[in-house]
Ligand binder design. Structure first.
Ligand code: E4P
Length: 217
């Protein structure tokens, strides 16, 4: 499973990229607002940090506006992926970009039927929002499983990008359910490394090694 980082925080992206943990990046209007920075500047900087796909979301809800904004964003760098909402206009724009050879990420997916439509429109990625479904007492992971089954039944090439990931458990479950990609906030990626037995094991080895009085170099 590929790891995308779900953030517009370029320092966090750099740090994780240096650890080899970044296969791509996703942003959204809320993350851009949180960064307090100019949208296009941030996307350009991120696209220079990672050669992987960088999702940049259109703001318009109209087809013509989505196409104009998406074409503008796509010119920022070759690895920019146009993120479009799961509406009829968004699907039309997805088809437009597919025909133009520009990659797309169809976002705000909350049902298997929506995912089926995105695949038929030719989306590169579909983003089912796990955490937001869990927030309203539905089962986000069941949606990933259902989309996996449907895409496999018909050999759709659209990649399942598990989004709205909130915890290490979400990451494990998305991998078990067969998501192609998980887009994960930096703090959750850092939590994946933690295990109390690793920490206590290191403490024991450090103590015993000190007792040998030896040095490796
Ligand atoms: C995905 O592309 C979105 O940016 C993101 O995963 C949304 O997560 P949230 O529901 O925690 O805001």
């Amino acid at each position: 499973m590929k790891f995308f980082v779900d953030t517009a925080d370029t320092a966090a992206i750099k740090e994780l990229h240096e650890a080899g943990l970044v296969d791509g990046v996703t942003t959204n209007p809320s993350l851009i607002a949180k960064s307090g920075r100019d949208f296009k500047e941030v996307i350009k900087e991120i696209a220079g940090i990672t050669p992987g796909p960088v999702s940049a979301e259109v703001a318009s809800l109209e087809y013509d506006g989505m196409v104009a904004e998406g074409e503008h964003l796509a010119k920022i760098a070759k690895n920019v992926v146009i993120k479009l909402p799961l509406t009829l206009n968004g699907l039309k724009a997805t088809k437009h970009f597919k025909d133009a050879g520009i990659q797309t990420n169809v976002t705000l997916c909350f049902s298997a039927n929506q995912a089926l439509l995105a695949a038929k429109a030719g989306a590169t990625y579909i983003s089912p929002f796990i955490g937001r479904l869990d927030d309203i007492n539905l089962d986000g992971m069941e949606l990933i499983e259902n989309i996996r089954t449907i895409y496999d039944n018909y050999q759709f090439e659209t990649q399942i990008l598990a989004a709205s990931i909130r915890s290490p458990n979400h990451v494990t479950e998305a991998a078990l359910a067969g998501a192609d990609v998980a887009t994960i906030p930096p703090d959750v990626i850092k939590k994946l490394v933690n295990h109390p037995l690793t920490n206590s094991g290191i403490d024991g080895f450090v103590k015993d090694w000190a007792g040998t009085g030896q040095s490796i170099l």
